[in-house]
Design a protein around this ligand. Structure first.
Ligand code: SAH
Length: 472
């Protein structure tokens, strides 16, 4: 993050704009929305700027910027529209110790003006570090659609009510109040009675929350999907957004963890390949302990929690401790891998059943019904199969499988490092050994485009994720 976003209070501060043409006027339209004391330095200001000066909205100096003009200024815009003059203004301003923005010149600027969605007092600032103004405007358009026009009124009423809301204990009790305010109670009150109805609605809401018993802790066992945040369910996103504690598998990648509430406690557990792991009993203990302390716990597991996720052991522990729980399904690695190779996991005339196998289990390499699997046309998705690949190959061929049976090894399915290796049963151990990240072996499945190596990052149709309506 080369550019650090923050919100600057311009009350009583000076903002200097060097320039008097259309470029300066455009910046001034924004700056004049703030309470700053605005000074414009322009030998020949345009009519619009002269009119603002006549209205007393800014102080106009009919000359170009000189040394000392920027002293003590919070911010200086070099906005003459002329590169040489802007560079001169920037140098003067910097010598005066001010932060400078040179319009349309990233290299000369200390600060960049974001694209802004204004729902006063709620302000959304969008920055692309100068790399994509068009992108910033597209995000802005998406945000404008998402943030209801009444949001400003709800936020203003909430701001005036903050002190009263301190009657509720800090933390989740207060968060619950505000979540209900922005999600349902506020919009309802606004629709029914307009802005005037908001203070009374807030007082009613607070009274109800003060009378309510504290919400007990609970655990949601949530599927995080194969790794691409776009493939999370809406419920998973919502729960991550509300969680006090997130206990996650190490396989869950950072972009998904970043969707958790910033104040949430993140605990990494589970295995990393064959590396060190947190024992299951310890994971169970952590879940129970946090839920008993009243926390909303998300137990975040890769893929679907019910597939090779030791789900039942965790549920049994929660039941034994009397902790409320629910399971939220996710997209399992096999589904993501099949999507990557462009094939169905079932196909009329080929296979009407699909096996999900694990390459190893508690006892080591896992035994399966090899004779059944070795028959032509069988399809299986094999999880945790890297080390077991040679063992699998040996067992299958021993039971009569054709060494030419197609296999596809899909590594990091749905993630930027996605790699697909097409092979046959004969070449499976080599194809599996070449993987580094988590990989699923699709046994009995041919790539739709033989030899195609798809890279998830270049897949078409990846849009900017739709922003969520503000709830805090
Ligand atoms: N519950 C998970 C599976 C957990 S077991 C699910 O439903 O997907 C862990 C194994 O899942 C890994 O060893 C690997 O075989 C597979 N896996 C998980 N994420 C994967 C991914 N993004 N790409 C390929 N395989 C993955």
């Amino acid at each position: 993050m080369q550019y650090f976003p923050l919100f600057l209070d311009l009350t009583g501060r000076r903002v200097v704009v060097a320039g008097g043409g259309a470029t300066a006027a455009a910046k001034l339209r924004l700056v004049l929305r703030t309470p700053a004391e605005v000074h414009v330095l322009a030998a020949a200001p345009c009519a619009e700027i002269a009119a603002w000066a006549a209205e007393g909205r800014l102080v106009l100096h009919r000359r170009s910027i000189a040394a000392g003009d920027a002293r003590g200024a919070a911010l200086v815009y070099a906005a003459s529209g002329e590169a040489g003059e802007d560079a001169r203004a920037a140098a003067l301003a910097r010598a005066d110790g001010a932060l400078v923005n040179v319009v349309d010149d990233l290299a000369l600027s200390d600060v960049l003006t974001p694209a802004i969605v204004d729902r006063g007092p709620v302000t959304v600032a969008i920055g692309t570090s100068g790399t994509g103004p068009v992108l910033a405007r597209r995000i802005k358009a998406a945000m404008e659609e998402t943030l209801p026009a009444g949001l400003g009124a709800l936020a203003a009423a909430a701001g005036a009510f903050r002190a009263a809301a301190e009657a509720l204990p800090q933390g989740r009790a207060r968060r619950d109040l505000w979540a209900e305010w922005y999600d349902s109670a506020g919009p309802r009150a606004l629709a029914a009675g307009g802005e005037a109805a908001l203070p009374a609605a807030l007082a009613g809401l607070l009274a109800r929350h003060l009378g309510a018993a504290p919400r007990p802790g609970r655990v949601d066992l949530v599927g995080a999907g194969p790794g691409d945040p776009d493939l999370l369910t809406l419920r998973a996103r919502r729960l991550l957004d509300a969680a006090d504690v997130v206990i996650h598998d190490r396989l869950v990648p950072q972009p998904i963890l970043e969707l958790a509430r910033r104040e949430a406690t993140l605990l990494a557990v589970g295995k990393e390949g064959f590396g060190p792991s947190v024992p299951q009993a310890e994971i169970n203990r952590l879940m129970v302990e946090h839920a008993r302390a009243g926390a909303q716990v998300v137990r975040l597991k890769s893929g679907d929690p019910g597939i090779f996720g030791r789900l039942d052991e965790e549920i049994a522990a929660l039941d034994a401790a009397g902790v409320e729980w629910a399971v939220v399904p996710g997209i399992t690695a096999a589904a993501a891998a099949a999507a990557a190779v462009g094939q169905g996991l079932t196909q009329r005339g080929r296979n009407s059943a699909l096996r999900l196998l694990t390459g190893h289990d508690v006892a080591g390499f896992a035994e399966h019904d090899w004779r059944a699997l070795a028959r032509p046309g069988e399809v299986a998705a094999i999880y945790m199969g890297r080390r077991a690949a040679r063992f699998l190959q040996g067992r299958l061929i021993m039971h009569g499988a054709d060494p030419e049976t197609p296999v596809a090894v899909v590594e990091n399915a749905s993630q930027p490092g996605q790699r697909i290796r097409a092979a046959t049963l004969a070449g499976l151990p080599e194809a599996a050994a070449a993987t580094e990240g988590p990989a699923v072996i699709l046994y009995g499945i041919v790539l739709r485009r033989a030899g195609a190596v798809a890279d998830a990052a270049t897949l078409p149709g990846r849009a900017v994720p739709a922003p969520k309506a503000a709830s805090a």
